[in-house]
Write a protein that binds this ligand. Structure first.
Ligand SMILES: Nc1ncnc2c1ncn2[C@@H]1O[C@H](COP(=O)(O)OP(=O)(O)OP(=O)(O)O)[C@@H](O)[C@H]1O
Ligand SMILES: [Mg+2]
Length: 339
């Protein structure tokens, strides 16, 4: 258990009939940046609150930094920096006063780091917290959580409200510093491109359980995305190739998702005359849609699903290596492509 920053086994919390967390087994390696993703209402915030002793579990067990979440939550909270989904800072204090107040509660306070982050974000020290903008309060909540030099940072949608420049500074500079110090980061987010950029481990929560979890590299290696252009319509046999999970039609071809070993399906696709392919690993967005997307309708074997036309209508799936300029939904390989 000491190898993990967070461990849960069979953790459960229902609210009446709502199974917010329903038998959660979670393992967060120490020193990792763990992206905790899932649809709205999947149970992410409820999980986080149970880890911190803010919501009582009804079944199961868990440990944070080797301490029991039921019996040792006070000790857990002294070693964890937590930024909640909805910040609840004291609004009557000035920024400077709230920093001084928090500093007294945190024995390992890092003045130099706090000064650096304050300068980076440009927060007005004299202003009352209640008079800050929402994004400024998010910045302050992050700085206060970071200032205590916690062994574990638990961030529930940390970049909500941050403008693109502050978001970049937080994800690029601040999180890199945190990682370099060996601290663990457990963060929930809906912005998969950000998670993909900073996280090395991922957990996808769906309906109160972990639908998939592992290192980002392993998750991406679970399957392949293939962009295909045929001169004619896609032969129906392509839908029945081994591992083909999903086929989506774009204005200029098809995107095929293959899970598991893709070699046989790729060999057979390449053998089809007048067909050009481009192969890439899965993006986090693809993986998320596999586990958390709407069920049915787009799976292979149920017919070719027409993918939404890319925004602007101009982009199309690439049919040859090196093509660029695809729209978001129909993105080609984002690096690591192979033939
Ligand atoms: N105190 C509560 N009382 C009743 N139901 C609750 C309570 N807290 C959470 N729930 C319900 O539990 C489910 C999980 O909520 P939770 O906030 O954990 O989801 P989430 O994954 O954090 O979602 P989001 O991505 O929208 O933040 C939801 O259906 C929610 O309505
Ligand atoms: Mg939430």
């Amino acid at each position: 258990m000491s190898e993990s920053a967070i461990t849960t086994r069979g953790l459960r919390r229902w609210f009446g009939q709502v199974r917010a967390v329903d038998g959660l087994d979670l393992e967060v390696p120490r020193g990792s940046v763990f992206g905790f993703v899932g649809p709205n209402g999947a149970g992410k915030t409820t999980t986080i609150k149970m880890l911190l002793g803010l919501v009582a579990p009804q079944a199961g067990e868990g440990a944070v930094l080797g301490r029991d979440i039921r019996r040792e939550s006070l000790s857990i909270r002294t070693r964890v920096g937590y930024v909640p989904e909805i910040e609840g800072l004291y609004r009557g204090m000035r920024v400077r006063e709230l920093i001084a107040f928090t500093r007294r509660l945190r024995p390992a306070w890092d003045d130099a780091a706090v000064d650096r982050y304050l300068a980076m974000f440009g927060l007005p020290l004299h202003r009352r917290v209640g008079h800050l903008s929402r994004g400024m309060r998010s910045q302050l909540a992050l700085i206060l959580a970071l200032g205590g030099r916690p062994d574990l940072l638990i961030l529930d949608e940390p970049t909500t409200g941050l403008d693109p420049i502050r978001r970049q500074e937080f994800l690029g500079t601040v999180l890199r510093e945190v990682c370099d110090r060996g601290q663990t980061v457990f963060m929930s987010s809906h912005i998969l491109s950000e998670v993909e950029r900073v996280a090395d481990h991922i957990g996808i929560m769906v309906e109160g359980r972990l639908a998939a979890s592992g290192s980002l590299d392993d998750m991406k290696a679970m399957g392949r995305r293939v962009w295909v252009r045929f001169e004619a319509d896609l032969p129906s046999e392509a839908l029945r190739l081994p591992g083909v999970r999903r086929v989506e039609r774009g204005p200029d071809g098809y995107a095929i998702t293959i899970l598991g070993n893709a070699e046989e399906a790729l060999a057979r696709l390449r053998a089809i005359p007048h067909c050009a392919l481009e192969v890439a690993g899965m993006s986090l967005d693809d993986i998320f849609r596999e586990f958390a997307g709407p069920k049915g309708g787009t799976a292979a074997g149920e017919g070719v699903a027409a993918a939404a036309a890319p925004a602007g209508g101009g982009a199309a799936p690439a049919a040859a290596e090196g093509s660029a300029g695809r729209a978001d939904r129909y993105t080609g390989p984002r690096g690591g492509g192979q033939r």
